[in-house]
Write a protein that binds this ligand. Structure first.
Ligand SMILES: Cc1ncc(C[n+]2csc(CCOP(=O)(O)OP(=O)(O)O)c2C)c(N)n1
Ligand SMILES: [Mg+2]
Length: 799
């Protein structure tokens, strides 16, 4: 006879605790008064608007109480990730029962008055959301948009060897692309230096109104699927609470002991073989313990339990009765004392102090966040004898800096670089001088830079990279996501969710700030020479600027020294999303490090040395035209255009303005970085033509500046969805961002250029034809384009 895992007393108590959590969950969805049912339920005790999701909740309550037991039994450092985060009542209810909720929100006290407020605030105007939202202690994952629970969980356990994340995966959620590929995360986990994720696939059979695929394939198929992903699935199936408690407890013990054994094996015995981690498949009825039949239709165990099973007690008196029966079925009088507090013998089931999942500091990562040790970015400066010298490619310079960030923090183990197989091709090869790509799958002799642990994590899934990094940041560490610019769109929606999380948490004083989410978008739209149209898309910026100004920052450093300065700032910053767009190809360098630091700190500025010499001498004088640029390629084309005009239209007073920090363009009332109108007018004038060469879609610049005095004179060139495999210069020509078009634009707007202007325009038109003919014949740009350089073009001219 196998001995039971749970004594009957413990089983009884755990069942009572589960009933308490279920009671609180139903209470949150329905009740605004009479929280302990001390009097018969009346309509006035029921909320007018019934919102929330019941279906997933009892299963999650069941899991939570069982996790509490193993945390205590094995003294685990564990947090809970609710994939189907719409089960908010479960996490709110459980953190209330364990005491953490009232510690953070004393008004929601552990008595009848507190219970009433707990119920009332849920899904109520001015209250709390219906999900595992940031307001909920212990949550690092709202679970509003489904699909990211496993990625977040793995991100959380990287470099946290003692942490276990219990991750509930919805069986519907499991159908999403990000979740389906997240099972592979186990090939990146180092059992020696990372923690563990215990996935609990919540196979309740249904989504909102459909069955789930994983519930409608054979057990054999499901088992093979999960085994094929490298897991050992343990099945817990049933609906009879007593039996289920015993099976769940025994299975959890097995899983936890298996995790400990795997970790010991790697840590003590040095076993480097990839382990087959355990996971649990919990098959239980959706809406378990809820109303079985409503209006003649089965509810428990069907999709009908997904949201609010009894939706209209106001017009259906029988619903009110069913609701009361449902609530009383949990026997609240056995669970709460006369003050409305959870009875002591039940409260004792919860872990203590920081072991409570709602109080675990990993779930409030800012508390654990330590500053990075930072090398001095100035030490990596590109020497600049004169503006325009050719650099090796800006991200290659940055790579050396990141290499040393990785090195300096290798003991702290709190910095990682994530990317979908592009760390090398984005120019960050220097990282591999000090670290490796973490990889726990098989290796072959010709593989490069793979090791069981490393600071770089690469999988060809932008979703995983994003989710891992978010999980890593949310648990108090630092990192960077390097990605092709066009394909970062794949995670648009994940970015949305993270930005929302940052916005909400920045207004929750108990949630400490976390490190910023840094995107390095190299391999950008203008230099896709061998990839072409599919790889040309700068629209992520447009997407990002929709989000709250307090959270988003966009930087387009024009050269390597600026990139170093910007990245140093981003890695030190907190609670932002920083988008940095940089080139990896050899390109001209413009600013000395001192000038770069100044320029990047200002975020925008006049490059006096690049404009007309008379303006450089008399900096107060007004220009005839402002040539503005933002992004490395637009800066190059603008400066080339300026050099043409300095040569051919020497009387023209040209001012060059470079923008590093895109948000400077917005009014100060819209973004904390925004320039005042006075400062903006000071740079762009009130009435002179502004020819603005921009990295991305031109409309964004109009969007950001439409309220500025001189907006009418602002003419923006940028990417207008023209592209193919062609030469770098031809890309700019196709989009009319090239130097020749910029000059022609200027002439068109300045009648005072007169005959000289007309003649020059004709010459430039001819040049464009010559360019086309040349590239069609030779497959590369004209030598005068390829070899153009600011220094030579402006030699002998006073600067
Ligand atoms: C990406 C995404 N698509 C759609 C939805 C809308 N939605 C909310 S809950 C749900 C069903 C979820 O089913 P499952 O993961 O099985 O959760 P559970 O059964 O535990 O409620 C859907 C489709 C969503 N939240 N996120
Ligand atoms: Mg489901």
């Amino acid at each position: 006879m196998k001995t039971k895992t749970l004594s009957s007393e413990l089983l009884h108590k755990m069942d009572a605790y589960w009933r308490a959590a279920n009671y609180l969950s139903v209470g949150q969805i329905y009740l605004c008064d009479n929280p302990l049912l001390r009097e018969p339920l009346k309509l006035e005790h029921v909320k007018h608007m019934l919102l929330g999701h019941w279906g997933t909740t009892p299963g999650q309550n069941f899991i939570y109480v069982h996790l509490n037991r193993v945390i205590k039994k094995y003294d685990l450092d564990m947090i809970y990730v609710s994939g189907p985060g719409h089960g908010g009542p479960a996490v709110v209810g459980n953190t209330y029962l364990e005491g953490t909720y009232s510690e953070i929100y004393p008004d929601i006290s552990q008595d009848e008055a507190g219970l009433r407020k707990l119920f009332l605030q849920f899904s109520f105007p001015g209250g709390i959301p219906s999900h595992a939202s940031p307001e909920c202690p212990g949550s690092i994952h709202e679970g509003g948009e489904l699909g990211y629970s496993l990625s977040h969980s793995f991100g959380a356990v990287f470099d946290n060897p003692d942490l276990i994340v219990a991750c509930v995966v919805g069986d519907g959620e499991a159908e999403t692309g990000p979740l389906a590929t997240a099972w592979h995360s186990n090939k990146f986990l180092d059992p020696a230096t990372d923690g563990a994720v215990l996935p609990i696939l919540h196979l309740n059979g249904y989504k909102i109104s459909n069955p789930t695929l994983l519930a409608r394939i054979t057990r054999e198929e499901l088992e093979q699927l999960l085994r094929g992903y490298g897991w050992t699935p343990y099945f817990v199936e049933g609906h009879e609470p007593g039996l289920m408690h015993e099976v769940m407890a025994a299975t959890l013990d097995t899983a936890v002991e298996e995790i400990c054994r795997i970790q010991q094996d790697a840590r003590v015995r040095g076993n480097l073989e990839r382990p087959r981690w355990p996971m649990i498949v919990l098959t239980s009825p959706k809406g378990w313990t809820g109303p079985k039949m409503v209006d003649g239709l089965q509810v428990e165990g069907t999709f009908r339990s997904h949201q609010v099973p009894l939706s209209d007690p106001a017009t259906h008196p029988e619903h009110l009765k069913l609701l009361e029966d449902w609530l009383r079925n949990y026997r609240p009088e056995e669970l709460f004392d006369e003050h409305g507090r959870l009875k002591l013998e039940l409260a004792e089931l919860a872990p203590k102090g920081k072991r409570r999942m709602g109080a675990n500091p990993h779930a409030n990562g800012g508390v654990l966040l330590r500053d990075l040790r930072m090398p001095d970015f100035r030490d990596y400066a590109v020497g600049l004898p004169s503006p325009g010298v050719r650099g090796i490619g800006d991200t290659h310079v940055l790579g050396r800096f990141l290499r040393d960030v990785a090195k300096l923090n290798s003991e702290q183990r709190n910095f990682r670089v994530f990317g979908p197989d592009e760390t090398l091709s984005n120019g960050l090869e220097a990282l591999f001088e000090v670290t490796k790509r973490q990889w726990d799958a098989a290796t072959m002799p010709n593989d490069e830079f793979l090791a069981p642990t490393g600071r770089v994590v690469e999988m060809l899934s932008e979703h995983q990279c994003e989710g891992w990094l978010e999980g890593y940041l949310l648990t108090g560490r630092h990192g960077l996501f390097n990605c092709y610019e066009a394909f970062i769109h794949i995670v648009d929606s994940m970015f949305n969710q993270h930005a929302k999380w940052l916005k909400v948490t920045s207004h929750l004083p108990w949630r400490r700030k976390i490190a910023s989410l840094n995107y390095l978008l190299a391999s950008h739209v203008w230099r896709q020479d061998h990839n072409g149209f599919t790889h040309q898309d700068p629209g992520f910026i447009d997407h990002v600027v929709n989000k709250k100004a307090e959270v988003v920052r966009v930087y387009l450093p024009p050269d390597a020294n600026c990139l170093l300065s910007v990245m140093d700032h981003c890695l030190r910053s907190r609670h932002y999303v920083n988008v940095v767009i940089a080139g990896k190809h050899p390109a001209p360098q413009w600013l000395t490090m001192d000038a770069a630091v100044k320029h990047c700190t200002e975020g925008i500025g006049i490059w006096h040395w690049a404009g007309s010499p008379e303006l450089a001498k008399d900096q107060g004088a007004l220009p005839d035209v402002v040539m503005a640029c933002c992004g490395d390629v637009p800066t190059l084309e603008t400066l080339a255009a300026v050099s043409i005009m300095r040569e051919h239209l020497p009387g023209l007073k040209i001012r060059v303005v470079n923008v590093v920090d895109l948000m400077k363009l917005q009014p100060e009332t819209e973004h904390p970085h925004g320039l005042s109108d006075m400062d903006f007018d000071g740079l762009f004038t009130k009435d002179k033509p502004v020819i603005f060469a921009y990295h991305g879609y031109p409309m964004l610049i109009h969007r950001l500046t439409y309220r500025r005095t001189n907006h009418e004179n602002l003419h923006v060139r940028g990417y207008k969805e023209e592209g193919t495999i062609t030469t770098p210069f031809d890309m700019t020509v196709l989009n009319e961002l090239d130097r020749f078009h910029l000059v022609m634009d200027t002439i068109d707007r300045l009648p005072q250029t007169g005959d000289k202007g007309i003649i020059l325009k004709q010459q430039l038109k001819d040049k464009l034809i010559e360019h086309k003919q040349y590239i069609d014949k030779h497959g590369e740009d004209l030598p005068e384009i390829r070899n153009w350089n600011w220094g030579a073009a402006n030699a002998g001219k006073p600067t």
